[in-house]
Design a protein around this ligand. Structure first.
Ligand SMILES: Cc1cc2nc3c(=O)[nH]c(=O)nc-3n(C[C@H](O)[C@H](O)[C@H](O)COP(=O)(O)O)c2cc1C
Length: 195
């Protein structure tokens, strides 16, 4: 049985380069036999997290529906925009709301931890492709959300020149990096699913 992998970007901007990267990654993973789902965070709108809001109104419906999607997949790929060497507030807010949901109590587990492995990448118009934000996201996912992160990350520099809306990549080096990472992502998710 093929593995199910979820792909999204930490940007809901219409012309988002990271959405293009997430789409390109989903196409490559499908070529390695994965069943892929691409989602747009604009369809999972959540207010900025506030403890009072959670106490008085509960979880946003978008957080519970995203949690259900995460739980029904074996792995998650995130294409992360770099904002001032960090991740986008949209991505952090989304990660935090979903982390308020428990799939188990002893020890406490979140929906993110039900995904067997995370793969991450990012792109920007600069040469580094948002590498500093990607490194920070890796540390956040491991230390904060306590999930497994694939070591093969993908930073696509000059994303506006390299990535097309249809998911094609014009730079052979960036494409090779993405292929290598998606091969490892599918293989790792497959191994962990059958373990
Ligand atoms: C507040 C802010 C901070 C940014 N900081 C960086 C940065 O540190 N490094 C970088 O390469 N690009 C930076 N950018 C540019 C974004 O990476 C670029 O706009 C990117 O295309 C955003 O991702 P998206 O296209 O997926 O929406 C920044 C943009 C904004 C709005």
């Amino acid at each position: 049985m093929s593995v199910k992998l979820l792909f999204f970007a930490g940007s809901k901007r219409e012309a988002s380069l990271n959405k293009r990267l997430a789409k390109a990654a989903s196409i490559k993973a499908a070529e390695f036999g994965a069943e892929v789902t691409f989602i747009d965070l604009k369809d999972f709108d959540m207010p900025i997290y506030c403890g009072d809001l959670e106490k008085n109104e509960g979880l946003p419906e978008a957080a519970t529906s995203l949690a259900e999607l995460v739980k029904s997949h074996d792995g998650v790929f995130i294409a992360s925009p770099e904002y001032n060497s960090s991740i986008s507030p949209l991505l952090k807010n989304t990660l935090d709301w979903v982390s308020r949901i428990r799939t188990d109590e002893t020890p406490p587990r979140t929906p993110w931890q039900e995904a067997k492995v995370f793969a991450i990448g990012g792109t920007s118009m600069g040469l580094m492709g948002g590498l500093r934000g990607i490194q920070l996201l890796s540390a956040l996912l491991i230390n904060g959300y306590q999930v497994n992160v694939l070591p093969q990350t993908v930073a696509v520099g000059k994303g506006h020149e390299v990535l097309s809306e249809d998911g094609s990549i014009s730079n052979p080096q960036s494409e090779a990096m993405l292929i290598g990472a998606m091969k490892a992502f599918v293989e790792t998710a497959t191994k962990l699913k059958s373990a």
